[in-house]
Write a protein that binds this ligand. Structure first.
Ligand code: NAD
Length: 322
């Protein structure tokens, strides 16, 4: 019998790639999404779609009675700036919504593995030089990062105390087709649209600030690897079942802008604007644990990934993208 996966947030950017990946492996896919930022056009063909909010009793019932082998939990409020403006809104979705799902997993009594989409980019802070290993100290600079870290503590608790099967994947800045300008790698979407508009790219500060850009297809592979691994460490401390998912490469905003100009074939000027308060100076993730335990490594280079992403935005605007 086909294995079953519930992808919360499966109509969104990363979730739709995750749903596609499981479907391609022959799994039965159910998507739970309230379409707050996701789109029905992103849904994996053949997937069952349940339009609901993760905070509702109906969502809990779906999880409790669904008998899912795996839940990839991606549904979240993803806008870091919104979390700063309204931490209660963020925590209601990102902490309480996740607890609603986890309590339902516990109540189901079913042997479900929960793969949680956490963040590396917004978790480690600026105190230690990158690349950050999983064991680095966590000093989130935003309510969004605090909520992700809180959920990770809950997952470790569910693992230790209730013997639930949980994994946290800490992503770098994820980019790729279908991405949203509000996410952690929103700059890629913004730059693609600017190039297509023939407008200058705005870089805040001197453009030397770095991030770890990881391609959405690689992140989908990481979800599948985490969902199917038989080599996960025993639940234990916070980091025991946490994996960084990135490239380990620090890419500056200047390099991002010039690489995008190269692959798009357009000569787009860069405008420099004052640095934004609270932005990390440097960020990259150390990913040897994911390689050793999950057998996962990223396969898509920045140039190839940006080329695919730029093509997607160009097609989208001409009405050709799916
Ligand atoms: P996205 O906004 O495209 O996807 C989120 C999806 O969840 C959307 O389809 C949205 O409609 C749905 N959703 C939001 N709130 C919901 C709710 N309360 N109930 C049901 N559905 C809801 O964002 P994304 O970039 O694909 O992010 C997916 C996950 O990955 C999130 O958990 C995010 O925090 C995490 N993440 C993303 C990045 C990144 O660079 N994009 C980095 C680290 C972690």
């Amino acid at each position: 019998m086909a294995k079953t996966v519930l992808v919360t947030g499966g109509a969104g950017f990363i979730g739709s790639h995750v749903a596609d990946r499981f479907s391609a492996e022959g799994w039965q896919v159910t998507v739970l999404d309230n379409l707050s930022s996701g789109r029905e056009e992103n849904l994996t063909p053949g997937a069952r779609f349940v339009r609901d909010d993760i905070t509702t009793p109906e969502a809990a019932t779906l999880v409790r009675e669904g008998g899912f082998d795996v839940i990839c939990h991606l549904a979240a409020q993803i806008d870091v700036r919104r979390s700063v403006l309204d931490p209660v809104y963020d925590a209601t979705r990102n902490i309480l919504g996740t607890l609603n799902i986890m309590q339902a997993v516990q109540a189901s009594g079913h042997d479900t593995r929960v793969v949680f989409s956490s963040t590396g980019g917004a978790l480690y802070g600026d105190f230690d030089p990158p690349p950050s290993a999983e064991t680095f100290s966590k000093d989130p600079e935003s309510p969004y990062g605090i909520a992700k870290l809180s959920v990770e503590y809950y997952l470790a608790y569910y693992g230790r105390v209730h013997k639930l099967d949980t994994v946290a994947l800490r992503y770098g800045n994820v980019y790729g087709p279908r991405q949203d300008p509000h996410g952690e790698a929103g700059v890629v979407a913004i730059f693609c649209n600017r190039v297509l508009d023939g407008r200058a790219l705005t870089v805040f500060g001197d453009g030397t600030q770095t991030r770890d850009y990881v391609y959405a297809g690689d992140v989908a592979d990481a979800n599948f690897a985490a969902a199917t691994s038989s080599a996960l460490p025993a639940p234990g401390r916070l980091d025991a079942r946490a994996f960084n998912i990135g490239t380990g490469i620090e890419t500056s905003v200047n390099t991002l802008a010039t690489t995008l100009s190269d692959v798009s074939g357009a000569t787009t000027p860069i405008d420099y604007a004052p640095a934004r308060a609270g932005e990390l100076a440097r960020s990259a993730l150390e990913t040897s644990k994911a390689k050793q335990v999950l057998g996962w490594t990223p396969t898509v280079s920045l140039a190839d990934g940006l080329r695919n992403t730029f093509r997607y935005f160009a097609d989208f605007r001409s009405g050709a993208a799916t």
